[in-house]
Ligand binder design. Structure first.
Ligand SMILES: *Cc1c(COP(=O)(O)O)cnc(C)c1O
Length: 461
């Protein structure tokens, strides 16, 4: 690590002071942050970030699960600049449209499962899930079933941070602030075998977790349920990958009852699992798919909902005006970024490369960490993974949460040059889809050093 110059140190101090006085950060304890000082990231290239002190970090989180094509893509910069010159903004309300949004809707329809051929554009994943809530309720109104309003979600799901997004999500810490969830959203158990499957095989636990959906539908009455929403694997919840029995059983239940299925692919979409969409990975037929993040690789904010023919036919034919939308729905500059992002993914065959090459390499390299005395489980699919830090490997017993073992490990990673995130004591990664073998080797080496440091830390406790 290079020694920072006095100038760099002064720059960081000035930025941290201004940050502390004027910037309220998302999902942050501001007081704690002000004491520690923010980490100020200044530039990035490929899978690497540099902070203002010149410290280089391998970004194993792809920003926030989004920079799928990696940093520093000049062709996205050029596409965005060109679009800004030609038409920086126009709306798609009032009988208007523009080429980038039209072209993007058509492109996404071509990549999505065959029964899904329409897109409703939003500005973020949260807005996509707000859109879902309004669209499924409107759908059932138009079908003459206005009582079908309730949406079933799952504990510890993440569906965004707007009022509807946070309500659909199952994060208790979010519900506690702001009187959430709103009425008409209920939550069932999550398929988190490692934490909650005590005494059951993963397969039996997966079945049990899925059957909670049927129990809830029966309890509420099918005529009151609009939809079930789920992430293919929970991301922010801790990269929770359901046991193999879970999705087939959910599919059986969805086929039995007439409710809609919303698949939140904000993380899993655009190649993360080695398929364009995790719907294909898990063989699911959702009615609606939420997208954002990897849609533009985060270069410009954008989200959307991919709509099945079943729902689109009703919304487009029978609805009259669907009284919903955003100023920036289908923003031309964001659409231009998304189109170029998708072009890169196709040209560089990143989806196939993840499936056949880098996913097997990463997942097998990470399995070496399962031998570490601190590690209870390593799990992953495609280019996401989780490492469970535990006190007792045999019983899955965790450390006292006051020890902050996950946070210690995250900070140790940073010291060694790696950005890995912690969810409690679960360490998670989701690197850019462009990551190569050498970078994966570096990632695993730095993670090993951080695990060793963390093991030292817990010895003294
Ligand atoms: C990030 C995320 C969201 C929210 O997206 P924003 O763009 O932050 O509003 C929704 N669902 C999932 C699964 C996510 O990971």
């Amino acid at each position: 690590m290079p020694t920072p110059s006095l100038k760099q140190q002064q720059k960081l101090a000035d930025l941290q002071t201004a940050d502390k006085h004027h910037f309220i950060h998302p999902f942050t304890d501001s007081k704690g942050l002000a004491e520690k000082g923010t980490r100020v990231i200044e530039r990035a290239e490929g899978v690497y970030l540099w902070d203002v002190m010149g410290h280089k970090l391998l970004d194993a989180m792809a920003g926030l699960w989004c920079v799928n094509v990696g940093y520093g893509r000049q062709s996205i910069v050029d596409a965005v600049a060109k679009q800004m010159q030609q038409l920086p903004f126009y709306n798609s309300f009032f009988q208007c449209s523009h080429p980038p949004a039209i072209e993007l809707a058509q492109k996404i329809a071509s990549l999505a499962p065959p029964h899904m051929n329409n897109v409703f554009f939003t500005g973020s994943g949260s807005e996509s899930n707000d859109t879902n809530l309004r669209m499924v309720r409107r759908y059932w109104d138009l079908k003459g079933k206005p009582n079908k309003k309730t949406i079933i979600s799952r504990i510890n799901a993440y569906h965004g941070s707007t009022v509807a997004g946070a309500s659909l999500g199952g994060m208790s810490g979010m519900h506690e602030q702001g009187d959430l969830p709103i009425p008409g959203v209920v939550h069932i158990a999550q398929p988190y075998w490692y934490a909650e499957g005590k005494g059951l095989s993963p397969e039996d636990f997966g079945l049990q977790a899925a059957q909670a959906l049927e129990t809830k539908i029966v309890e509420l009455g099918e005529d009151n349920v609009a939809a079930f929403i789920a992430e293919p694997f929970q991301g922010a919840g801790g990269v929770i990958i359901p046991p193999s029995t879970y999705w087939p059983e959910i599919k059986r239940i969805l086929a039995k009852y007439d409710i809609l299925f919303i698949l939140d692919e904000v993380i899993s979409g655009f190649g993360r699992t080695g398929k364009w969409f995790a719907a294909d990975y898990f063989d699911l037929q959702p009615d609606l798919i939420s997208i954002a993040k990897g849609m533009t690789s985060g270069y410009v904010p954008m989200g959307g909902v991919i709509v099945s023919d079943r729902v689109a036919d009703v919304i487009k034919q029978d609805c009259g005006e669907f009284t919903h939308g955003f100023t920036y729905s289908g923003h031309p500059v964001a659409a231009a970024a998304a189109l170029e992002n998708i072009r890169i993914i196709e040209q560089e065959k990143l989806v196939e490369r993840v499936a056949k090459d880098t996913s097997p390499y990463l997942q097998s390299a990470l399995q070496q960490l399962a031998e570490h005395p601190l590690v209870g489980e390593v799990r992953g699919i495609g280019l996401v993974a989780a490492i469970e830090l535990v006190k007792d490997k045999a019983t899955h017993q965790r450390f006292d949460s006051n020890l902050g073992v996950g946070t210690f490990c995250r900070d140790a990673c940073i010291k060694h040059g790696l950005v890995m995130r912690s969810v409690g004591d679960t360490m998670i990664i989701s690197p850019p889809l462009t990551i190569n073998y050498a970078e994966i080797d570096a990632l695993v080496a730095m993670a090993t050093q951080a695990l060793n440091d963390t093991y030292q830390y817990v010895q003294d406790k």
